[in-house]
Design a binder for this molecule. Structure first.
Ligand code: TYC
Length: 118
């Protein structure tokens, strides 16, 4: 099997050089920091037509909630107009929104689902 090329270990970047007193010049090393990914919440909206059972099923199927938690989230949406189903990275949140909208459309329900920066 051919060897997979392994990139060399990343060196810390060298920051601006500054006088270190007595004419000496020191190099400040700044270790490169990787930021954690931005997170997005998937929010489901209430409507008057989608059956409660369908919303509970969606929360179980696409957001991996157990029956009790799914029921609580559904009731919160029903009473407050909206509720957070889960918090994910951008791509995962976008995929969940697409899957939920497709499932609702297939079933003929007007259920709406959006994502917003957490
Ligand atoms: N309000 C709906 C009903 O009374 C239930 C429902 C809950 C619909 C949550 C959408 O996101 C929703 N059948």
């Amino acid at each position: 099997m051919p060897d997979t090329p392994v990139p060399p270990p990343r060196k810390p970047s060298v920051g601006p050089r500054r006088e270190g007193g007595q004419g000496a010049v020191v190099a400040e090393r700044k270790t490169q920091k990787t930021q954690p990914p931005r997170m997005y919440q998937v929010v489901m909206l209430n409507d008057d037509y989608t059956p409660m059972e369908f919303v509970v099923m969606v929360l179980q199927e696409y957001f991996k909630r157990d029956l009790e938690t799914a029921t609580q989230i559904m009731l919160k949406i029903h009473h407050e107009g909206r509720g957070v189903c889960g918090v994910y990275t951008k791509d995962v949140a976008a995929t969940k929104v697409e899957l939920v909208l497709a499932a609702a459309k297939r079933a003929g329900h007007p259920l709406q689902c959006i994502m917003e920066a957490a």
